[in-house]
Design a protein around this ligand. Structure first.
Ligand SMILES: NC(=O)c1ccc[n+]([C@@H]2O[C@H](COP(=O)([O-])OP(=O)(O)OC[C@H]3O[C@@H](n4cnc5c(N)ncnc54)[C@H](OP(=O)(O)O)[C@@H]3O)[C@@H](O)[C@H]2O)c1
Length: 239
């Protein structure tokens, strides 16, 4: 394949919500923990999340102060700071909002994963200079909008990434679905209905994307979990 194999790994309520009060229920803790265990079981070298998810779980809304004079103009070329890392955390951050203070992520989600930012050319020179200073890699996905077909090909060509675990949120997943880039879905179904009508679901469509067309999935494996949950593995191509 010209691009990495892409596994979308997610946890939802019975009504397909990826966030909501159901996650605060006592029973949900077991499934959240299992989400991480199944992530580890796959053993993928690279995982990817959207800006909102990363801000919530990793940068905690930290804002950078990039108001410096005399920032030189930086050409919009991809920047590879480390292609030998044992793991990669890929951050979809079109306009450069994430307040990184180091070039890797260390915590339960993956020890020492080197950060690769996915940007549009609209990002500021000051943000690019900040990434270079920290030694964070970055790649461009387009002038104003991200083309993920281009992005995933670059991940393979520049970093030799053969598999990517796509881990939300719903808007990022929806963008991949829209470009037919999901090969596999690893879904943990939590036996709780959230009931809210306005929270994010597994696949959402950004206003600027084409009208989505339905995508077929084929069941390959199913595992009954404790306490009435399910883990399902679907693929998008029939065997
Ligand atoms: N249940 C689970 O398994 C699970 C897993 C992961 C995350 N989550 C939850 O999901 C929630 C966030 O989900 P979300 O869908 O709102 O946000 P998200 O997908 O994490 O991030 C969305 C942002 O990513 C960028 N982005 C995504 N698609 C893009 C595209 N096609 N082109 C350009 N930029 C794009 C945009 O950043 P800008 O706004 O900067 O332009 C967009 O606002 C969080 O609460 C998180 O905890 C749940």
């Amino acid at each position: 394949m010209e691009r990495p194999y892409i596994i979308c790994h997610m946890l939802t309520s019975l009504d397909g919500k990826i966030i909501g009060d159901y996650l605060e229920e006592e029973r949900a803790a077991y499934f959240r923990n299992l989400y991480e265990k199944i992530h580890d079981r796959y053993g993928c070298k690279a995982w990817m999340c959207g800006r909102v998810t990363l801000e919530e779980h990793f940068t905690f809304g930290h804002q950078l102060d990039l108001t410096q004079d005399n920032i030189e103009s930086i050409p919009r070329n991809d920047y590879v700071a480390n292609k030998e890392a044992k793991g990669f955390a890929i951050a979809v951050d079109p306009s450069g909002k994430l307040g990184w203070t180091k070039n890797y992520i260390t915590d339960d989600y993956g020890l020492g994963d080197h950060i690769i930012e996915v940007l549009t050319e609209q990002v500021s020179d000051a943000y690019l200079a900040h990434l270079q200073k920290l030694g964070i890699s970055y790649i461009f996905g387009g002038k104003e909008r991200i083309n993920f077909t281009v992005v995933v090909k670059k991940l393979k060509d520049l970093f030799s990434i053969e598999e990517v675990m796509l881990e939300g949120g719903g808007f990022l997943n929806g963008s991949f679905l829209n470009e037919d880039l999901i090969d596999e879905l690893s879904l943990i179904l939590v036996p709780i209905a959230d009931g809210a009508s306005n929270s994010v679901t597994l696949f959402e469509t950004s206003s600027f994307l084409n009208k989505p067309k339905p995508v077929n999935f084929f069941l390959q494996e199913v595992e009954k979990l404790d306490d009435g949950g399910l883990w399902m593995k679907y693929v998008t191509k029939r065997d």
